[in-house]
Design a protein around this ligand. Structure first.
Ligand SMILES: Cc1cc2nc3c(=O)[nH]c(=O)nc-3n(C[C@H](O)[C@H](O)[C@H](O)COP(=O)(O)OP(=O)(O)OC[C@H]3O[C@@H](n4cnc5c(N)ncnc54)[C@H](O)[C@@H]3O)c2cc1C
Length: 391
């Protein structure tokens, strides 16, 4: 006999765990499925922008930031020999993903969600809703029957693939990251951009920092033999010698992921919603992912709750969810594309840095939007900001 739930959430990262937490608090029977054993590391810059901080506070998890996070006062961006400081209007945080993801998941389980260890293998529609099978670590197949299925299983979502919601993958860049000691960053994130990729350094504690290297496939292939030393060389080259991320200072293992460019055709289909990276992936350079995961989870839980209470409203709830996700993602993508444009081209970086020094107030709305502290300016205002930056 299959096990029955109102909702099965596949993936226990921030998107899935926050969605399960909200649904369990509403009183629904929720399965939270993940193939990994928790706590587990996750390759990420581990920076939580102000939008993510707000979402965690709304979930009642703000204490996590004081207890285990490191407050961040701003971001220092290095590109083409220029340096630009962006101070945050209030503290953003860095938190190890091992701790963050485990805490949201633990809260979901404490609220009544049931953890199921295993890998989602199949999805089929039924009169009840959705029938799924999960391959458990013991090798047994568990059948789960659920009214609604949430795909929160990350950028290579199995749910999206099995439900025909994936679109072709463009060949993107690769990311490698780990925790290093001795980088002394004092509550500022440092981002170093170059034509060959970028490095993000994010202080986690007084002793350790997260370093993420984003490189092209070619660069990675060249580095395969002595990856650690190549990353050190890359750090020296990209930072013009001001930072040297020593392989010997690595704490624990490195994680890697790639290519980091994926697409999903739409975030909603009959009885199925996608959330977080499974729904849409934004270039990680501006650190929007956890914010989008948590805010998407809030929207998904609201749509599912509405549909579970009034089955007739499912279509409209799904349509509104899809429209909300699309506009939230487009907004974040627009911001990320603009920042990327300003740091990729030497002339743009130099002009923007000079404009920022002369007229910092012009950039406040943009900086606040990138930090998730206010909605992004509309296209005309963004175009004006670019024009001012390049003047
Ligand atoms: C290089 C890089 C740096 C980044 N830096 C930042 C940053 O500094 N700040 C920020 O906000 N965002 C950052 N991001 C983005 C951020 O990491 C993601 O947006 C975020 O993790 C999305 O959360 P999620 O819950 O959607 O997916 P994930 O965190 O990826 O969780 C998905 C879960 O699904 C599980 N799963 C997958 N497939 C299956 C299956 N078939 N069956 C069962 N379980 C499955 C996985 O085990 C995993 O636990 C970065 C991303 C990259 C690539």
């Amino acid at each position: 006999m299959p096990r029955r739930f109102d909702v099965a959430v596949v993936g226990s990262g921030p998107a899935g765990a926050a969605c399960a937490l909200r649904l369990a608090r509403f009183g629904f029977a929720v399965a939270l499925i993940d193939e990994r054993a928790f706590p587990r590391p996750k390759l990420c810059g581990e920076y939580l922008n102000l939008g993510a901080v707000r979402e965690l506070g709304e979930l009642g998890l703000g204490d996590l930031l004081d207890a285990t996070g490191s407050p961040l006062n701003g971001m220092r961006l290095f590109a083409h020999g220029e340096v630009a400081d962006f101070a945050f209007s209030s503290s953003a945080y860095s938190v190890s993903r091992e701790i963050l993801d485990e805490r949201i998941r633990a809260e979901a389980l404490a609220s009544g969600a049931q953890a199921i260890a295993g890998r989602l293998q199949s999805v089929a529609r039924s009169d009840f809703g959705v029938e799924t099978t999960v391959l458990q670590p013991s090798g047994e197949i568990l059948e789960i029957s659920t009214r609604y299925l949430v795909g929160a299983d990350g950028m290579r979502s199995t749910v999206a693939r099995l439900c025909d919601l994936s679109a072709p993958v463009a060949d993107g860049r690769f990311a490698i990251g780990g925790h290093y000691e001795g980088l002394a960053l004092s509550h500022w994130i440092e981002m170093y951009a170059s034509g060959n990729g970028y490095i993000a350094l994010n202080p986690l504690t007084d002793e350790s920092a997260n370093a993420v290297f984003v490189l092209s496939r070619e660069h990675l292939m060249r580095a395969r033999k002595d990856l650690g030393d190549e990353l050190t060389r890359f750090s020296v080259a990209v930072t013009d010698g001001s930072r040297r991320v020593e392989n010997e200072r690595l704490q624990g293992k490195r994680n890697s992921i790639g290519p980091i460019s994926v697409r999903t055709s739409q975030p909603a289909a009959k009885n199925v919603l996608l959330v977080g990276d499974a729904a849409a992936f934004v270039d990680p350079f501006t650190g929007q992912g956890v914010y989008l995961a948590l805010s998407g989870a809030r929207r998904a839980a609201a749509a599912i709750s509405r549909a579970l209470h009034h089955a007739a409203e499912e279509r409209v709830a799904w349509r509104e969810y899809a429209a909300d996700i699309r506009s939230a993602v487009m907004e974040r993508k627009r911001l990320a594309a603009m920042v990327k444009m300003l740091v990729t081209f030497g002339f743009a970086a130099r002009r923007a840095a000079a404009a920022l020094r002369r007229r910092p107030a012009d950039f406040v709305p943009l900086i606040e939007a990138v930090c998730g502290n206010r909605p992004a300016p509309g296209r005309p205002e963004l175009a004006l900001t670019i024009a001012r930056a390049l003047r």
